[in-house]
Design a protein. Structure first.
Length: 347
C-alpha cells in the first residue's frame, strides 16, 4: 500500500513519512532503515560535530534510496564548512531548522539538493519561501526537542494556506501513528515528520534507557521550557524552548528558573556528569507529546509500514489494525470518500 502526495512525488519516496533529524539519535543506521522502507530518512546533523558527520555520511555513501541531512540553522551558520561535508554525501535534500535559511540556500540548491525548511509560524514560512524552499515542515509545540508555542492542528492549515499549493507542507508534532498521518492529510499536509516515534526504534542511536522511558511515559509526561537548556549552559534564541520528558531534575527546577540561572555552574557540572553516566533522572530524554501513543521499540521499517497502512485504511474507511473499526472521516453523501481517495493518489 502507498499514499501518493506532492511530497512523495517530489522526493521520490513510497510513503509520506519523514524521519526527524534528531541530533545524534538519527544516525546513518536509522536513516538507512527508514529510507529503505520507503520513507525519507534525515540524518541528524544537529549542532554540527565534524567527526560524527564525516563518519555517518561515509556510511551512507552506498545507499541508493533517497535521504536527507538536517542541521540547526543558526549553529550551521557559524560553521558553514560542515555544509560542504553534507553536500559531498549527495543527499536528496538538506533540512534547515531554527534560523534564516537564505545565506545557505543557494549553495544547497546549486548542489542539486532540495531545501526543506522547518517553521513554527507564518513569518518563518514566508522567510523560507523567499529562500526558495522546496518543502515546509510545520512544527507544532507538541514536538519533542526545540520548538515554539503554536499547536500542530492550528499551525498546519495556516501554513498550507500560506503555501497555497506551491510547495508541499509536512506536519510535525504529536504524531506517532497512522491516525496522525490521516488527520494531518485532512488538514492539507502532504506528509508527516516523526521524531519521538523513531527514537523508540531498534535502529535509533539513543540510549536504551531513554527508549524505555519513552515507552513507559504516559500522555502529559513532557514539559516545554528552558530548564534543560539552562542546565547544559546552552540557551537558545527566542522564541525556541525545549520539550523533554519530565524527570526529577525538571521537577526540582520548574518555577525556579531564575534560581537555576544563579547556580548554573554547579547545575551544569551535575548535568554533564549525569549525562555521561546515563542518569536520566537528571539528563534529558528529548521527546514529544506523542509518548502516550508509543509502547514498544520496533524496527524502523515496521514503523513506516504500519503508519502508512493505518493511514490508508482510515482514509479509505477501512478497519485500523490498531484501534479497531473507525467511521471514515471522509464518508458522506455525494462521493466525498471517492474524491479524497483520488486526491491522495494524485489523480
Amino acid at each position: 500500500m502507498s499514499i501518493t502526495t506532492p511530497l512523495t512525488q517530489l522526493l521520490g519516496i513510497k510513503h509520506p513519512v519523514l524521519l526527524a533529524p534528531m541530533d545524534v539519535v538519527a544516525g546513518s543506521r536509522l536513516v538507512t532503515a527508514v529510507s529503505r522502507a520507503g520513507g525519507f530518512g534525515i540524518l541528524g546533523g544537529g549542532y554540527g560535530e565534524r567527526e560524527w558527520l564525516e563518519r555517518e555520511t561515509a556510511k551512507l555513501a552506498s545507499m541508493s534510496a533517497p535521504f536527507g541531512i538536517g542541521f540547526i540553522t543558526w549553529s550551521l551558520a557559524k560553521r558553514p564548512e560542515l555544509l560542504d561535508i553534507a553536500l559531498a554525501a549527495k543527499p536528496s535534500a538538506i533540512m534547515l531548522s531554527f534560523g534564516d535559511p537564505a545565506p545557505l540556500a543557494s549553495k544547497i540548491k546549486s548542489a542539486g539538493a532540495r531545501l526543506i525548511c522547518q517553521v513554527q509560524d507564518e513569518a518563518m514560512a514566508r522567510q523560507a519561501l523567499d529562500a526558495d524552499a522546496d518543502v515546509l515542515i510545520a512544527q507544532g509545540t507538541e514536538a519533542g526537542g526545540h520548538g515554539a508555542s503554536r499547536t500542530t492542528v492550528d499551525l498546519v492549515p495556516a501554513i498550507v494556506d500560506l503555501a497555497a499549493g506551491h510547495v508541499p507542507v509536512v506536519a510535525a508534532g504529536g504524531i506517532a501513528d497512522g491516525r496522525g498521518l490521516a488527520a494531518m492529510m485532512m488538514l492539507g499536509a502532504s506528509g508527516v515528520l516523526l521524531g519521538t516515534r523513531f527514537y523508540a526504534s531498534q535502529e535509533a542511536d539513543g540510549a536504551e534507557e531513554a527508549k524505555r522511558r519513552i515507552c513507559a511515559a504516559t500522555s502529559g509526561s513532557t514539559v516545554r521550557g528552558i530548564i534543560f537548556d539552562l542546565s547544559r549552559n546552552n540557551v537558545w534564541p527566542a522564541p525556541f524552548t525545549g520539550r523533554c520528558l519530565v524527570n526529577d531534575h525538571a521537577r526540582r527546577w520548574i518555577g525556579r528558573e531564575i534560581e537555576l540561572m544563579q547556580n548554573v555552574a554547579a547545575v551544569a557540572a551535575e548535568y554533564v556528569a549525569a549525562k555521561a553516566a546515563g542518569n536520566f533522572d537528571v539528563a534529558a530524554v528529548i521527546a514529544g507529546e506523542a509518548v502516550g501513543l508509543i509502547h514498544d521499540i520496533q524496527p524502523a521499517a515496521e514503523i513506516v509500514e504500519r503508519i502508512a497502512t493505518e493511514a490508508e485504511q482510515l482514509l479509505e474507511g477501512k478497519r485500523s489494525s490498531v484501534v479497531g473499526a473507525f467511521p471514515s472521516p471522509l464518508v458522506g453523501e455525494g462521493g466525498a470518500q471517492r474524491q479524497m481517495r483520488g486526491s491522495i493518489r494524485g489523480e
